[in-house]
Design a protein. Structure first.
Length: 201
């Protein structure tokens, strides 16, 4: 393996392990070259390789920094053949994105937001699609902390969803609010689905 790749891979492993957090400033090129016993041009090449992979950001007159998505990018750089296993809630918009990602992402069996989190906890999935509204009105974080026991869970916000009820054509009962559901039969989502949590609340 070439020297610049050794340096790049070493930094990527430190990013993936969490030793170098997002926003961390890397040593200057000359300083880093002295520390690892190589040339400045080799470190420049290593930094450029990491920047091209999204692990770090490099701008003129400023030192390189670990990017906001550095941990994910580092994993992708170190394991280019790895398939990301995704569980959790059904989402039509996400389905469109997954069509373009092809074999890079595999959806696994767990369905529903809670089931997706449990799959991550058990190591059966690498990520979960969730939309769980806590009683305090905040989405997702409280549930992730509770299930995965992480003080600082990594949450990637993609978009907001509008949720509601589907009723027969013409809305014959004139339903306009949840309080009018009393006494009616409602087809519910499975236990643990984000939509079911909202309906229960």
């Amino acid at each position: 393996m070439s020297r610049y790749r050794q340096i790049a891979d070493d930094l990527a492993r430190r990013v993936r392990a969490g030793d170098l957090a997002a926003g961390t400033e890397l040593p200057g090129v000359r300083e880093h070259a002295r520390a690892v016993g190589t040339t400045s041009s080799t470190v420049v090449r290593a930094y450029r390789f990491l920047a091209d992979g999204g692990v770090i950001t490099v701008s003129d007159r400023r030192r390189a920094r670990i990017s906001e998505q550095g941990m994910i990018a580092a994993t992708r750089l170190l394991e280019p053949e790895r398939v990301f296993r995704l569980a959790g809630s059904d989402d039509p918009a996400l389905g469109i994105l997954l069509e373009h990602l092809g074999a890079l992402v595999e959806t696994v069996g767990a369905r529903g937001s809670f089931a997706g989190l449990r799959a991550v906890e058990r190591g059966e999935a690498d990520g979960a699609v969730i939309h769980l509204r806590h009683r305090d009105g905040v989405y997702n974080e409280s549930f992730v902390r509770a299930v995965l026991h992480q003080d600082e869970p990594y949450l990637l916000h993609l978009w907001r969803r509008e949720q509601g009820l589907i009723v027969p054509a013409g809305n014959p009962r004139g339903l306009t609010r949840a309080a009018q559901l009393e006494g009616l039969r409602v087809a519910r989502r499975e236990t643990g689905a984000g939509t079911q949590v909202v309906l229960d609340q």
